[in-house]
Design a protein around this ligand. Sequence first.
Ligand code: NAD
Length: 254
Amino acid sequence: MSLREKVVQLADLLLASNKTVVLTGAGISTESGIPDFRSPGGLWSKVDPMYAFSAETFIYRPAAFYEAGLPHLNTIMSAQPNRAHEVLAGLEKAGLLACVITQNVDNLHQKAGSVRVLEVHGHLRSATCMKCGSKITWDYLLDKVFAGQIPPRCSDCQGVYKPDCVFFGDSLTADFEVAIRETADSDLMLVVGSSLEVAPVNHLPMMAKELAIVNVGPTAADHKAGLLINHKAGETMDLLWNELLKRGAVKQEA
Ligand code: NAD
């Protein structure tokens, strides 16, 4: 089946569904210049995220996270949403999408205009002192890091600041409970840009009544998907938007 035929099928699924949720991962943001973990040339080929981004390492050697993450922090913060983020925001505005469940910490769904975003792995908008619990903004944290304070420390108690994102081994955010309810209550889940290798988020597609996946490489849930589109998210979502426009299901903008 051609890409266009698959997109027509995706539009059919979306329009037949009473409630659709989307699950996104790092792959949706590669076209915005942020490397994912598992693509060739992704972060995994440069650092071992299971070491540098693990909760245990952060406690015993917090500098490992800041050293490995430093080259990427500016890239992430200055990145702009791409066509796939824009189309998802447009679908929500058109009443065709209940929420975006994202594993990403890059804020790009919000920058694109999505309103209901469940950040199951947290975000990079703030950091918390591991000793006294005080919070600082991400900009203040970066000021400290780029001034050479690695790891950055609390001015009051000298505790180390941990970003408010989920590390390997941490519990997920409270948004994950909401994501479970939203998935259970939906007719269709669309996955965009995730290998679905990371647990427990990868249990969500297993709960979906109907599953469609847009991902360049293979995922751990390909066997369960009724529709599998192995293509880039930006072009696929743009084709979807044009198909929905043709059918009068959405308006011009987005
Ligand atoms: P992953 O790296 O395991 O998988 C990404 C998947 O996206 C791959 O299977 C790849 O084939 C696919 N992909 C890459 N570019 C694509 C494109 N343009 N269109 C469609 N598919 C594309 O990522 P994951 O499943 O999200 O799991 C990694 C964990 O690390 C998650 O928690 C993730 O959020 C986090 N992470 C986040 C960011 C970010 O916030 N942008 C970046 C790196 C890692």
